[in-house]
Design a protein around this ligand. Sequence first.
Ligand code: UD1
Ligand code: CA
Length: 465
Amino acid sequence: MTASPEVHIVVLAAGQGTRMKSAQPKVLHPIAGHPMLEHVLRAADSLNPATTTVVVGHKAELIAGALAARDDAECVLQSPQLGTAHALQQAEGRLAGRQGTVVLLSGDVPLLTSGTLRKLVQVHRHAGAAATVVTAVVDRPYGYGRVIRSRGRLARIVEERDASPAQRRVREINSGIYAFDAVPLFDALRGIAAGNAQGEHYLTDIISIYRRRALPVETLIVDDPGEVRGVNNRSELAEVSATMRQAKNEELMAAGVTLIDPSSTYVDTDVVIGPDTVIHPGVVIQGQTRIGSACEVQAYVRITDSELADRVTVLNFCVIVGAQVAEGASIGPFAHLRPATRLGKGAKVGNFVELKKTSLGAGSKASHLAYLGDATIGDNVNLGAGTITCNYDGQSKHQTVVEEGAFVGSGSQLIAPVHIGRGAYVAAGSSITKDVPADALGIARGRQENVEGWAERRKQTSPKP
Ligand code: UD1
Ligand code: CA
């Protein structure tokens, strides 16, 4: 038989995941910025599969929704869920008549590496096997199917509930990950009955069926049993997350990033950080964030879906979401950059400053206590302490424009829509409602009056206590 080089991926994700005690399907729980299922699919992508099928059942519509962005993965429905063999049978419609290797994955085993998957396909093809089972030798095999060997070769897999005390002592477990030759697979699945402790159609029974038919069965023992760790409850979710986080941190450090305390640094899988950037403890960097080189991110900062160029400083306790920050800018402490914020080269956003849909030009400063929303602020503008753009009238948002080189005095409100011209000044404490032309001074506040001797007179007329 000439083996077709095609690989077909099937991911089992129909189970309820009862022990998660969640309204959300288990495989959609996020780990390091992606649903668990996405990690599984990414590992599978490295095999360049001809088809990818996800077997869904419990909360199928939510999983299908999460997969909508992936045009390569198709969902098939398993309803009711009668066991792992029955789950794989649901893929028959998509795979009937195809040749090659079916790689079966579990949606709740997210640490499996692409390296192990490639090795699985290689071992499976090299042996010309009908089935190759990924196994692991673990200290605590409880709950897993046990690998029963006879004269060294895989004879069958026995589930925990169906195992004898002697079989329960076996420490080699079935990971639930397999490679199958597509040709005999679906016919064999039809031969699996539900005669076991759970009344389910166990995929693991296929091993004894193949042995009886004298079809070759292989195993691949993983070097690191941690890779085939399944997530069944929140505690395992936390453990698997920690493992994934640690791997990401190792990757960053190897690429020249300093992590002052990796154990308290939380960086999502897709984040990119340049060399000589220093990340302090308690920092969370999420989503599609890119950070340049020689930046400093101080403690207790969250950065989500943002781009920071080189030599940017983020001081303690900032939240930065959906922002673009140019080289040499400085942010914080206690600043909040909300979506569609852009900071120009060397711009400075100081403490207690919030920006939203606002661009602050190169060299411009909002150093203290400001709210800047829906604003376009040119280069080298100085916004004094307490500058507020009044962008919302209760119904719509309005734009504020401050041109290059303008100076806005402290405690001013810019009541939008309003335009401050190039090089103009706004006097401190102004409520600006009209445009200020270039090079003009806008002053809009009540005139001060000093009443001479007022305090002295008050003392004399007030009653004594
Ligand atoms: C299964 C294996 C066991 C192995 C373990 C590894 C069987 C009978 N047992 O046990 O040998 O050690 O995985 O983690 O295969 N699923 C469906 N439809 C179903 C049932 C399950 O899609 O009808 C999916 C689940 O969502 C899950 C996967 O299949 O992703 C495994 O099912 P689960 O019930 O967790 O099997 P285990 O008891 O863990
Ligand atoms: Ca499981």
